[in-house]
Design a protein around this ligand. Structure first.
Ligand code: UDP
Length: 410
């Protein structure tokens, strides 16, 4: 069944002087026009991964702006989440589609959740494929329905796409991170592109002085002031953690004392995480300078903040990526990023901004060496990335774009 996530309220006033003023002004005006609108956001997990991160920050702000917003999370069995992870991978292009049993698990779980979607809403915003079937199971009622896709569905596995596609018929609008992600023969007429954003006031991104950040990492066991590079991401094959280790090992041939932190969270809707975690542990077990950290041992938002702040370089060696919030999170702290040329990452760090984009392990190692060997360049790239995030990838811009869309659907 759908479970409500309790998150309270949070004032937009705190963003004055941080986010661009004209965006804040337009956001407040749009919110006035939608005052009292009843909105429910539905996704598959209350923690772990970018979508929960976005909702955790968006919902309290929208409430403070006068909208009546709920956040609900799907319930499901292990079979359901295995099926939806297979669906997620297949939509990002993996050759394995869903078995008949997985398709049946999807349909029955979506039906069960739809029965518990009570309350009268003006807008139902459904995030990603896991709850996409809610509309057909529940019926539209008086609400406008929006499907918000956060992943790269530009070249979906055809079988998986023909399974999901009928569930999307009837949505009033769909939102993708990039126009390139819209899959072939897409059944929703109204399509918008809206990039995600980070919350500069969340514990993950709030300003943290270097002394406090060092104390946090020291406590966790990082050897400071030693040299450190980090990748922060779910243990997921698309994030290529094994490729990060390979690239790091090439860099270590030149910089013997360099430490690598792989910080990864386990998400409720991602059963594959454990398997990848095991593979990454095995690949690094005899190397004391490679360390794995997870939310299960208390490495949460503030700790991620400290890692992103004190790493000389943050790596995000994704092969497929929806957006990659971790890139903006790191750039916001002035830390340069070496990242895979995938999905929404180049939009955050276009040529010469924020760091280096790479397409192979060797390029990744080369870019890390370049930045680790030139502190001035690293600083300049970090600063240009921070300016770009301020202009384009802070939460008020995301909320403004979303409220523009909802206003136009009324
Ligand atoms: N994250 C975290 N702890 C971890 C790993 C990831 O808090 O150990 C957060 C990360 O900071 C970011 C989100 O999870 O806010 C991941 O979002 P992203 O868009 O990068 O990738 P996704 O997981 O959605 O594919």
């Amino acid at each position: 069944m759908l479970q409500k996530v309790n998150v309270g309220r949070w004032s937009l006033d705190g963003y004055d002087g941080i986010a661009p003023g004209e965006i804040l002004q337009e956001l407040r005006e749009l919110a006035r026009g939608l005052s009292g609108a009843r909105i429910v956001h539905v996704n598959a997990t209350p923690y772990g991964g970018g979508v929960s991160e976005l909702l955790r920050s968006s919902v309290p702000l929208l409430r403070d702006l006068g909208l009546s917003v709920d956040w609900k999370v799907m319930g499901g069995s292990q079979d359901f989440f295995s099926a939806t992870k297979a669906l997620h991978n297949a939509l990002q292009g993996s050759p394995r589609s869903l078995t008949n049993a997985e398709q049946a698990a999807y349909v029955s779980c979506v039906n069960e959740n739809a029965e518990t979607l009570d309350g009268a809403y003006d807008f139902v915003v459904v995030h990603d494929p896991q709850p996409a079937g809610l509309l057909s199971a529940h019926g539209r009622g008086d609400a406008r329905w929006v499907w918000r896709c956060h992943i790269d569905t530009s070249e979906p596995n055809p079988d998986a796409w023909s399974f999901l596609r009928p569930f999307l018929q009837g949505y009033d609008a769909a939102v993708f991170t990039m126009a390139e992600f819209v899959p072939p023969d897409f059944p929703v007429v109204r399509v918008e592109t809206i990039a995600p954003a980070i919350d500069p006031l969340s514990p993950k991104n709030i300003d943290l002085d270097r002394g406090t950040a060092s104390q946090i990492l020291d406590w966790i066991g990082v050897d400071l002031p030693g040299r450190l590079v980090t990748q922060v991401s779910r243990f997921d094959p698309w994030k290529d953690p094994l490729g990060v280790i390979d690239a790091y090992r090439l860099v270590r041939e030149e910089i013997g004392e360099l430490q690598l932190a792989l910080v990864g969270s386990m998400a409720l809707d991602d059963p594959e995480g454990w398997e990848i975690y095991r593979e990454v542990s095995e690949a690094s077990e005899h190397d004391p300078l490679i360390n794995l950290y997870t939310n299960l041992t208390g490495v949460g938002n503030v700790e991620v903040n400290a890692f992103q702040r004190l790493s000389e370089v943050v790596v995000q060696k994704s092969i497929r990526e929806g957006f990659g919030l971790v890139v903006s999170e790191s750039l916001w702290k002035g830390t340069p990023v070496v990242a895979g040329y995938a999905g929404g990452i180049p939009m955050q760090m276009p040529a010469g901004t924020g760091g280096r984009l790479v397409a192979s392990t060797e390029e990744c190692a080369g870019a890390m060496l370049e930045l680790l060997g030139n502190a001035e360049l690293a600083h300049e790239l970090g600063a240009s990335g921070q300016a770009r995030v301020r202009e384009h990838f802070l939460l008020p811009r995301l909320l403004r774009d979303e409220l523009r869309l909802l206003t136009s659907l009324l």
